[in-house]
Design a protein around this ligand. Structure first.
Ligand code: TRP
Length: 465
């Protein structure tokens, strides 16, 4: 008797550790907000405005929109459907979906899984440092940092150039990220994103109304939407392509991982499109707000190559905020927005790594979140200590690792998945679904991989523009 009970207990204990209890998103809206939370981040509010400034506005924006359409959307569906059908972390999902391909399938799942985890790890390590600066500026705007005032030019150097301070904020941000991931997909990520995303939208609309009243919005919109193709360079096109990956959180299995927590494939196409639209609208709105501030304050000479660049949000904007009527409140809201956006993105980066340990290694979620969180934190110290390291990690991940990951995922989705898995997301559309599915299959097989390969070859110097 007691042996039987004993066996039962063991069975129960083993079952508990299995992915059957890996949880998932409770509602469709919860999923959309979490995926949009992943997509909308520093990439939208810090990076998109400054690269648009550097590459001259309208024409660059148009190319970027084209990349979202031709590469972003097809890959978004590819990642979500791989996750949903595979039902596991990047590595496990690909392994089970490419089983029929034998060695090629195994190799694909290993390569993509390894690359994804490495990218998530490295991106989060420097991402958390930049997010930490946003926390610093938020506190400066609130007036709680002794000796630092918003309009003071030294604030940025005071934090970015101060390794100890940068590390302290980096630590705070990593703790915020770990505590959400630790609580699970439903209890942590979904719950937090459901609060952060509406708040983020509210702040952004508030800021848009404010700049609409204070001026500069017309020039800003003209800068963003009136293309001047003479300013477009090959380099700008490559940058736009790379950014399409970064901004939609593609190329490292974040969307595979989130997709694996979906209960059905019915809405995958629509929800993927919604996420991409939300991300794009938010990037454009953030750009409109930021350039309106720039133009309303006399078009401060911060746009163009070798001008503000990465410092646009942290160096130029605070100076402008300090001169604006009500600028302190605007600054508090703006940096709050930046923190929220970064936070909901960071959790998706950590989740990719944690899901691997939970699904493949049977590790407990809390342990995995702390273990990986601290490991990433430790690597991140290098970026807090040196801007060169930060820039280097940003470059290798955005320019090489994400496109390479995207290329592998496109090949896996287009060429290695079964027809049934591949097309399952389109069945909800009836007859239209057939045409959509054909269009997508053609794009993911031929167009996306070729475009991405061209970018990679150009980046390594094997192709010249
Ligand atoms: N998309 C986020 C941004 O725009 C960053 C991000 C989160 C990301 N998860 C990712 C980028 C996964 C690439 C891959 O800031």
């Amino acid at each position: 008797m007691s042996a039987a009970v004993h066996t039962n207990e063991i069975t129960v204990a083993v079952d508990d550790a299995q992915p059957a209890s890996r949880g998932g998103f409770a509602t469709r809206l919860g999923f959309i907000l979490a995926a949009a939370g992943s997509a909308v981040g520093l990439g939208n509010i810090w990076k998109f405005p400054y690269i648009t400034g550097v590459y001259g506005g309208g024409a660059f924006v148009l190319v970027y929109l084209g990349c979202i359409l031709l590469i972003g959307l097809p890959l978004m569906y590819a990642e979500l459907i791989i996750g949903r059908r595979g039902g596991k972390d990047v590595f496990g999902a690909l392994r089970s979906l490419t089983e029929k391909q034998g060695v090629a399938g195994k190799l694909m799942s290993y390569a993509t899984g390894f690359l994804s985890i490495a990218s998530g790890f490295l991106i989060l390590s420097f991402y958390a440092v930049v997010a930490g600066w946003a926390i610093h500026f938020f506190c400066v705007s609130l007036g709680v940092i002794p000796g630092a005032t918003l309009g003071d030019k030294t604030v940025f150097a005071g934090v970015a150039g101060n390794a100890w301070l940068s590390s302290a904020w980096h630590t705070v941000f990593m703790l915020m990220t770990i505590s959400v991931v630790m609580l699970g997909v439903h209890g942590g990520i979904e719950r937090v994103c459901k609060i952060l995303m509406p708040l983020l939208a509210l702040i952004l609309v508030g800021l848009l109304i404010y700049v609409g009243m204070t001026g500069g919005l017309n020039e800003s919109l003209a800068f963003l939407f009136a293309p001047d193709f003479s300013k477009l360079t090959g380099e700008a096109v490559l940058e736009a392509l790379g950014h399409a990956f970064f901004t939609l959180s593609l190329g490292m299995g974040a969307m595979i991982t989130y997709g694996s927590y979906l209960k059905s494939e019915k809405h995958v196409v629509r929800d993927g499109v919604s996420v991409a639209i939300l991300d794009t609208v938010i990037a454009l709105t953030a750009g409109a707000v930021i350039f309106a501030v720039v133009f309303s304050m006399g078009g401060l000479d911060v746009l163009g190559k070798d001008k503000a660049g990465p410092g646009l949000v942290f160096q130029s904007l605070p100076l402008l905020f300090a001169q604006m009527p009500g600028g302190t409140i605007v600054a508090v809201l703006f940096f709050g927005l930046l923190i929220f956006a970064a936070w909901s993105s960071a959790v998706s980066l950590l989740e990719v790594v944690v899901a691997y340990l939970v699904d493949e290694r049977g590790m407990n979620r809390t342990t995995a979140a702390w273990l990986m969180g601290w490991a990433i934190w430790a690597v991140g110290l290098a970026s807090a200590w040196s801007m060169k390291v930060l820039g280097f990690l940003d470059d290798i991940t955005t320019m090489y690792m994400l496109p390479l990951g995207g290329l592998l995922i496109a090949i896996a989705a287009g060429w290695m998945l079964s027809k049934k898995d591949r097309e399952s997301g389109f069945s909800a559309f009836g007859n239209v679904g057939g045409a959509l599915s054909k269009g997508w299959t053609f794009t993911i097989r031929y167009i996306t991989p070729v475009l991405v390969a061209v970018v990679i070859l150009a980046k390594v110097g094997l192709l010249k523009f």
